[in-house]
Design a protein around this ligand. Structure first.
Ligand code: C5P
Length: 236
């Protein structure tokens, strides 16, 4: 019997729908989730979800990072809820009412709150009026989002343990910026290996180019899954 799929969301940041569907079919035997981002969704619309799902039972993570007034976000969440995504992202900075509106509009979907974008340094945060260390803003936003009904939080692997202590054990912590040992960092600055991210308390690892950019994405996904499995108790 095939082992349980690993808690990995493969970021399908593909130039076209055919490539995204091909990557998805190669990785779905090994991972729990595939992630569709803004570029693919805005280019192809809802059809992209069916294409990447194919005949598999893989979970779909819709990374649309919604951020608008509560009524608009509720409408958007309702519109995509019929696609039955497992996860839908919203910006925690949209505030408690907005997050609550999303959670109520898509009750069968886990609303995942994006805290502070990892692309923002402390100076950038100052410039947008979020002074102080990024970690303080991350903790504050995580707490606010969970109190408003988010059941998952997106943060960097370096923030996982601090966020965990704010939100408790029942919230799914999702981390991008994950790089298997030996792979290139590309534009990710604060990275961790999959084993380090899980050891810090992450529940779902977002990994893109180290898998999709490999000559054989299926083999690359299987290798990361196997490495996690060797870390006792990781793959449930
Ligand atoms: O290719 P790579 O592994 O860097 O892909 C990471 C994915 O996670 C991309 O889809 C990127 O948009 C997303 N992401 C991120 N950092 C965040 C939030 C999302 O890298 N803070």
């Amino acid at each position: 019997m095939a082992p349980n799929p690993a808690p990995i969301a493969v970021a399908l940041d593909a130039p076209d729908i055919e490539t995204a569907a091909r990557w998805a079919s190669l990785v779905t035997p090994h991972v729990s989730t595939v992630k569709v981002g803004l570029e693919l969704y805005l280019r192809y619309g809802p059809d992209v979800v069916a294409s990447v799902r194919g005949a598999s039972r893989v979970q779909v993570f819709l990374d649309l990072k919604l951020h608008d007034i509560p009524a608009t976000v509720a409408g958007a969440a309702r519109a995509v809820a019929r696609l039955r995504p497992a996860y839908l992202t919203v910006h925690a900075a949209g505030g408690a009412s907005m997050i609550r509106a999303a959670a109520e509009a898509a009750p069968d979907t886990t609303i995942a709150a994006v805290t502070v974008l990892t692309s923002l340094a402390d100076a950038d945060l100052d410039a947008v009026g979020l002074g102080g260390p990024a970690l303080d803003a991350t903790r504050r936003l995580a707490l606010l989002a969970v109190a408003a009904g988010a059941r998952a939080v997106v943060c960097s692997p370096h923030e996982v343990s601090a966020v965990r202590s704010e939100v408790g054990p029942d919230i799914t912590l999702i981390t991008p910026g994950v790089r298997p040992a030996g792979s290139s960092a590309e534009d990710q600055a604060r990275i961790a290996t999959p084993e380090e991210a899980v050891a810090a308390g992450a529940d779902l690892l977002v990994i893109g180019r180290p898998i999709t950019g490999a000559a054989d994405p299926g083999a690359a996904a299987a290798a990361v899954a196997a490495a996690l499995r060797r870390t006792a108790g990781v793959v449930r």
